[in-house]
Design a protein around this ligand. Structure first.
Ligand SMILES: Cc1cc2nc3c(=O)[nH]c(=O)nc-3n(C[C@H](O)[C@H](O)[C@H](O)COP(=O)(O)OP(=O)(O)OC[C@H]3O[C@@H](n4cnc5c(N)ncnc54)[C@H](O)[C@@H]3O)c2cc1C
Length: 471
């Protein structure tokens, strides 16, 4: 019997099944399991912590390879600012360990209970991506096991695609397709493919379809000396949007996140202190030093006054208060996940992004369409990166069907605007059919050919990114 905990994730896909779970202790065991599965053509679904939102680790047959026991932090190198850790290390443990050594690992998805390997496999991002970029920017090395069982050590800077778009990965040569990358600030859709690209980048964001990531060499930064953070409330949404535009242009913030009125209404269940008249809010963070602490605070005060923030907003300068504000930010997706679980409805949650100039149009489309829909919804997230999540919260199947219609309408807008299906959560199983709105079948076949050169029997992450007919 495979425990239920390995058959689900935060997508709430409920009908996953598998014959067996392997929980290897080391990379050699991973290689042995994959070599056997490849020989017998048994599908292998790689499992991290299961916080993914698109069903990537939900198996449909075959075996699960769980990374739970690959959980050692091997080295924190204070001289070179790097750390080596196994894939099953919990992200928050990793962050705490490096921070206790005066260093920072910037990738910070809102859910920190995920595994380091899961964040690399999905190229996770989060609020701090506004300043630091996604996980990809902090991966200096990977130990990966290919479907054949071959163990490959990838070091950034060592292997690049040649002028004919050929890329060497261990003993395998991969022919890269010509694909236009969307001009969005973030992208987590399909494989990273670019002229002259580094081989390591192919695996970052590959959603368990190209190899099992066993060990990560992470790039670290000096830990900031101080941090100012705040949750600031507004009576008019237009004021928030003006503030965000000014922050983006003139302030060295590390995060700026948006909550619409429906998000605040959700949060009011837990936070009665949210001012009654608030119709929108932002969460922000900016790093400080003892010499800039005061000027940073003054700058925010001036900005917030200028844009008519409510006086009863919340600020934090110490770790305990900051953790409270972060928890406020985290509670929104958690509360919504509870809703989805309660109503037993599939998640309808957008993660698309568009180029900067198309964002105001998309944002207006979300608001106008949803206000008239009669559905319950929230709009919140990484507005600094022009990437907000819409969650539609259906109460029954009829509302679920209507929510999916609206989702397709939003996707079509994003596709027309040269955007991306997923900016941070990936494609998984939940969104793979929608890829066809963004790519032609020929383009998807070219991308699938990359997978088949590394995994000729198609055993890894079956059902993720590609529909069966493409493999
Ligand atoms: C409340 C909440 C908030 C979230 N906020 C964010 C956010 O702000 N930003 C963001 O980017 N994401 C966010 N997520 C999504 C999720 O937390 C991330 O995608 C996370 O990186 C997944 O890690 P995991 O270990 O849970 O992976 P899993 O869910 O176990 O797996 C995710 C995918 O990666 C593959 N995989 C996992 N480990 C490996 C490995 N070692 N080798 C190869 N493939 C592997 C799996 O097969 C699967 O396809 C959120 C999720 C929740 C529930």
């Amino acid at each position: 019997m495979v425990p239920e905990s390995y058959l689900t994730d935060a997508s709430f896909i409920r009908d996953g099944y598998a014959d067996r779970v392997f929980i290897p202790d080391n990379v050699e065991q991973v290689a042995e399991i994959l070599a056997g599965a490849n020989r017998d053509r048994i599908p292998v679904t790689v499992s991290g912590a299961g916080t993914g939102t698109v069903g990537g680790r939900v198996p449909f047959g075959g075996v699960v390879l769980a990374t739970d026991r690959l959980n050692r932090i091997k080295v924190i190198d204070l001289t070179n600012h790097t750390a080596v850790a196994e894939a099953g290390v919990i992200l928050s443990d990793f962050q705490k360990s490096v921070e206790s050594e005066g260093l920072l690992y910037p990738p910070d998805p809102t859910e920190r209970g995920c595994f380091l390997g899961g964040t690399v496999a999905t190229n996770a991002s989060g609020a701090r991506t506004f300043k630091y970029g996604p996980t990809r920017n902090y991966v200096a090395g990977l130990k990966v096991v290919l479907a054949s069982g071959e163990i490959v050590d990838l070091k950034r800077g060592e292997s690049h695609a040649d002028e004919n778009r050929r890329l060497r990965v261990g003993s395998v040569e991969v022919q890269l397709p010509k694909l236009r990358r969307p001009a969005t600030r973030k992208n987590a859709t399909g494989y990273f493919v670019a002229p002259g690209m580094d081989a390591i980048d192919l695996f970052i964001g590959s959603e368990g379809t190209l190899g099992v990531i066993c060990e990560i060499t992470a790039k670290l930064l000096p830990k900031p000396e101080g941090l100012l953070s705040g949750v600031v409330f507004f009576e008019k949404e237009t004021d928030v949007l003006a503030l965000v535009a000014e922050v983006r242009a003139h302030v060295d913030a590390r995060a700026i996140e948006f909550f619409d009125v429906e998000s605040l209404n959700f949060l009011r269940q837990k936070y009665s202190a949210i001012p009654e008249q608030a119709v929108a809010a932002v969460f922000f963070e900016q790093e400080t030093t003892p010499s800039t602490e005061e000027s940073v605070f003054d700058q925010w005060q001036t900005l917030l006054d200028k844009h008519h923030a409510l006086a009863d907003s919340w600020f934090a300068t110490n770790a305990t208060d900051q953790a409270r504000l972060r928890e406020f930010r985290h509670q929104l997706p958690v509360l919504m996940n509870e809703w989805f679980a309660h109503y037993r409805q599939r998640k309808v949650s957008t993660d698309m992004a568009v180029p900067d100039d198309a964002f105001p149009g998309l944002f207006r489309l979300y608001q106008d369409t949803l206000r008239d829909s009669g559905l319950r919804y929230t709009i919140f997230g990484h507005i600094g990166d022009n990437h907000v999540h819409v969650n539609i919260l259906p109460r029954d199947d009829t509302e679920g069907a209507r929510a999916r219609e609206l989702y397709v309408q939003f996707l079509k807008y994003a596709a027309r605007a040269g955007g991306t299906l997923s900016a941070e959560h990936g494609v998984g199983k939940l969104k793979r059919e929608y890829l066809r709105l963004f790519y032609s079948d020929d383009q998807l076949r070219d991308l699938a050919a990359v997978k088949l050169s590394l995994d000729p029997n198609g055993i890894l992450g079956r059902g993720n990114i590609f529909s069966e007919d493409l493999l």
